[in-house]
Structure formats: C-alpha cells, structure tokens
Design a protein around this ligand. Structure first.
Ligand code: GLN
Length: 537
C-alpha cells in the first residue's frame, strides 16, 4: 500500500518547503524506499512556462517536456524519483481537466462544483503517482495556509485520509519560528496560529518542521507540542543551512525527521520492512559535504544574463556549477552580471564565463559582446541555449564578416538570419508549450570537446526553445572555424557548436543544467569548471 506524505507551509512563503520535501525524499530513499514526488501549486496558470523568472524563478523542464516549478529541480537533484507531467499540477491544470470533462457532458447533468468535482480531480492528481513500485508519494502543496487559492488543495488532502486511511497519510507542516531581537526570544505564536488554521479545516499535522534562525530549546519545542497537539519528538527544528543547501538532509536526519516518518507509518500498521530498521546510508552525501567544506582554492565564474541579479532565475545553472565545483574540488565564486549593464573590465578577471538561456532582446548586445571578449581573450566559455545562439551570431558577425547578422527572434528583417525559426514554428500564436521541449537525442562528432566530456557520442538532453541555427549558414560558419560538434540524429538541427582553436568554447542548444546532481555532476559543467581551473593557473 503506497503511503502518502503531504507537505504544507504556514506563516510566510519561501520557507524552503521544496528543499525540505526533497531532503525527506532523499532520506527515505537512503533507507531503501521507493519515493515519488510532486508539487501542487494553487495559482491559475496552467504551468509556469509563461511566467517571468522575476515572478517565479526559473522554469524547470522535465524529460517529457513539462515546464514546471523550480522545486522540481530540487526533487531531481536530491532524489531518484522519476518525474513527469503527473508531478506538476496547478489550479489552472486541475480546472482545465474538469471544464473539458464538463463540455464533454461527462458529469451527466450535475452541477459542477469545487466540492466534489475539483477536489476529486486533485485527489486523482495525487493518486496518479501511486503504483506497486512506489512505497511513498510526497505531495508538496505550494502557497501558504490561509490563502484563498490553497483551500481546495487542503480540503482534498483532508479527504484523502478518509479515502485511504489516516494511518496511510502523514501531514507535515512547515512554519517559521521567528527570533525577536528586542526580547531575545523565539516566538511560537505564529506557528500556533498556523496550525490552528489547519485544524479548523480538519487537518491535524503529524510533524511540524520549524524554520529557525536560532537554536530551539526543548522547552520551546514542548510548548509548541502542547499548543499544537503533538509529541515533542514530532516538533523538529530546521535551522538555516550555514554552508550549503546540501546540508539540509543531514540536519533533518540528525533531528529525527525520517525516523519519525518511519515510526508513524510502520509502527501503526506493523510489518516493518527489514531495511527500515537500518539507519539510512548517507555515505555519498557526507562525502559531498566534506568536499564542499574543504575546497582546494576557488574559481571565478561570471554568469552574464538578463536576470543575473535575481538568484532564482538561473537556479539550476548555479547548482550545476556547484556540483562541478564539488567534483573538481574548488569553490565556485559566481558573479552575476546583468547583460544590459555589461562592464568588460569585470570579465577580464574571470576564469570562466557562462551565458545562460533566455527570451527577449533586452541585454542581447551585451551577451554578444561578452562572447566576443571571451573568444578573443581565450577565457573558457559555456553558452546555453540563447547563450549558444549569441555565440553563433558573434562568430558570424566578427569572424565571418556578416556585420548585421542576428537572430530572427530579435531582428526579423536581418539580412543574415543565422538563427531562425523552424518552418513548423512560424505560424504559432499560442504561447504555452509550443516550443521544442523536453528530452531529445543528439549525436556528437568523435573529435569534439563535448564528446570527450561525455565519454560517448550519443546523448539525450532537455530542450526549451523555438529558434535554431540556420542550416544555410552552416558551411560558412564551419569553414571559418566554428565546429558543429553535435546535431539531431537526422542531422537537421544543430545541437552543439565549438571553437577548436579556443581552450574551452562550447555552446549548446539544450539545457544541461536540468540533468546535474551533486552526486553526479553534468559532464559539460564538469569540463567547463576543469577548464576554468586550468585557466586560473
Ligand atoms: N529565445 C531562444 C529560442 O527561443 C532561446 C531559448 C532559451 O534560451 N531557452 O530559441
């Protein structure tokens, strides 16, 4: 019988529910359990694909092409849970399904209502992850308890225990326990109120995770336990990670989180599987932390993009750089440089420069100028998606002499459209989910830097773009020294460009940052950081 864990948040947003959920998933997997993870978001967008990174951070892309919340990135970096469109739900997606069914007459004349039709659809979404190979499904509910939009989700998870048995459903609630400087104490009242709101709608949390800046005493935990109706052992503090988010699972394990989950499910229903008697195996994870804490020097990496000042907009890129830092035993010192305020002097001191993906023309000339600088000054360069397209534009302009070369995305009338739309993309007006999305195969040339990094010539990587390198310019670019290092298996779409004459110059049309894990860094990030280390010497 698949068990369910529901994670809600209270008091304030941005408490790190996603990280806590991912950490719990990782700890349960380390005990030998098969975990599945999903996020239910209360906003109305069908998916985050059309949302600005300013509002919502990066759009995280799955193998199946789903455009999802960045918390799913945490799930993939921390766990082995296979993710698909069933791992990402919003109010918009739930309503779309219900309304579609209503138009098809499937409700047989009934009045369609939030309860039971919307709540049934939410329960269906949660059940979609159950299978005979899944021991535990972790469902994270976005938003904060008390929000109007969250209510149908909370009502659904309340009903869920009625349908599947209370002993099979565990409610985890994450709150903030703020420290008040004036009185030098931690305040538990907001937590009490938040739990009070949950109980009003019929949910008694089983475990409270208290986000704190200061260590909590037993007296404070027992006070919270008393007011919130919980065993003190189920009131668990989660201090801010000092060093890295990868400390969170171990911090939570030390405070008994995974043990309390096991006790809840298997002491109640009996029949404790053998492996659960063992503590989780955290050897790999501890090793990562050791390496993170004891680097041999550092490298300076610039990320030049439109949202360089917004820390969540390139989340997976920053994480992937750190993973490669762990592997290469160096600390990554990242400087985000907004491409519309480019200062070339800053680039001179860098060991590596990365231009990430993006949409829209703000700062585009700054990105192209960045590529020129790193190409001429032989600084390791990694271009991702739009970053790769900028590399092609720069090469066409400054090496092939096509002065006004550009992408059709920014200058449709350019005489040299070196980046262009695929035919089938030309008439699309619907902005959601119409790009080349998700996992696609590519074939690498044997002599390329990329092939050397991957150690193989056939790969699959995740995509999210509309525009492509224009095949009419391929020959000219190649003749001038831009190597086409990979293409789609039919040869039609360019996937990687490189400059063999340069110490490390790789532009990729896909998003490698969505497939990097701390225990298994992406080969191209690994290669890029290794090149930056070499450059530093
Ligand atoms: N805007 C470019 C395109 O649509 C690049 C997209 C990206 O960087 N993800 O092709």
């Amino acid at each position: 019988m698949t068990k369910h864990i529901f994670i809600t948040g209270g008091v304030v947003s941005s408490l790190g529910k996603g990280l806590t959920a991912a950490s719990l998933g990782m700890l349960l997997e380390a005990r030998g359990l098969a975990v599945r993870m999903q996020k239910l978001d209360p906003y109305l967008n069908i998916d985050p694909g059309t949302m600005s990174p300013y509002q919502h951070g990066e759009v995280y892309v799955l193998d199946d092409g789903s455009e999802t919340d960045l918390d799913l990135g945490h799930y993939e970096r921390f766990t082995k849970s296979p993710l698909s469109h069933n791992s990402s739900w919003t109010t918009g997606k739930i309503y779309r399904n219900v309304l579609r069914r209503e138009r098809q007459g499937k409700y047989l004349g009934k009045t369609v209502q939030v309860i039971p039709h919307i709540t049934n659809e939410i329960k269906r979404a949660i059940k979609s992850l159950r299978s005979k190979d899944a021991d535990i499904v972790i469902s994270e509910i976005g938003g904060t308890v008390g929000d109007i939009e969250s209510l149908p989700f909370l009502e659904s998870i309340r009903q869920f225990a009625l349908d599947t048995g209370r002993e099979n459903c565990l409610y985890v609630h994450l709150t903030l326990v703020p420290y008040l400087k004036a009185s030098a104490e931690l305040k538990t009242k907001p937590t009490q109120h938040s739990v009070g709101r949950l109980r009003e709608i019929g949910i008694q949390p089983d475990i409270l995770i208290c986000r704190t800046e200061m260590p909590m005493s037993d007296a404070e935990r027992s006070k919270i336990g008393l007011f919130c109706n919980l065993d003190i052992r189920n009131v668990i503090e989660e201090p801010d990670a000092e060093f890295s988010i990868y400390e969170v699972p171990i911090m939570l394990h030390k405070r008994g989180f995974d043990q309390r989950v096991i006790d809840f499910f298997w002491n109640k229903t009996g029949g404790l599987p053998m492996q659960l008697l063992q503590p989780p195996d955290l050897t790999d994870w501890s090793e990562i932390l050791d390496r993170l804490k004891n680097p041999k020097g550092s490298v300076r990496i610039a990320v030049v993009g439109k949202y360089a000042k917004h820390k969540d907009a390139y989340k997976s890129i920053y994480e992937s750089l750190d993973h490669a830092g762990i592997k290469n035993n160096v600390k990554i010192k990242v400087t985000g440089i907004p491409s519309d305020e480019l200062d070339l002097a800053k680039l001179g001191g860098m060991d590596g420069v990365l231009v990430p993906g993006g949409f829209g023309d703000r700062g585009i000339e700054g990105k192209i100028e960045t590529v020129r600088y790193v190409r001429e000054n032989k600084i390791p360069f990694f271009g991702i998606c739009l970053g790769m397209q900028c590399a092609v534009i720069e090469f066409a302009r400054n090496v092939c002499g096509l002065d006004s070369a550009h992408s059709m995305e920014f200058t449709p009338a350019t005489p040299y459209p070196v980046i262009t739309l695929m035919d089938e993309q030309r008439n699309i007006t619907d902005k959601g989910g119409t790009m080349r999305l998700g996992s696609q195969p590519a074939v690498l040339t044997a002599d390329s830097t990329a092939c050397h990094c991957y150690g193989k010539s056939e790969i699959t990587e995740r995509h999210r773009h509309r525009f492509e390198l224009n095949n009419e310019y391929r020959e000219m670019l190649q003749k001038s020294g831009l190597h086409i290092a990979a293409a789609s298996p039919d040869g039609k779409l360019v996937e990687i460009v490189e400059i063999p004459e340069h110490p490390w110059f790789v532009g990729v049309q896909f998003h490698p940052e969505f497939k990097s894990q701390p225990t298994n860094p992406h080969p191209l990030f690994d290669g890029f950081i290794a090149a930056a280390v070499k450059h530093r010497k």
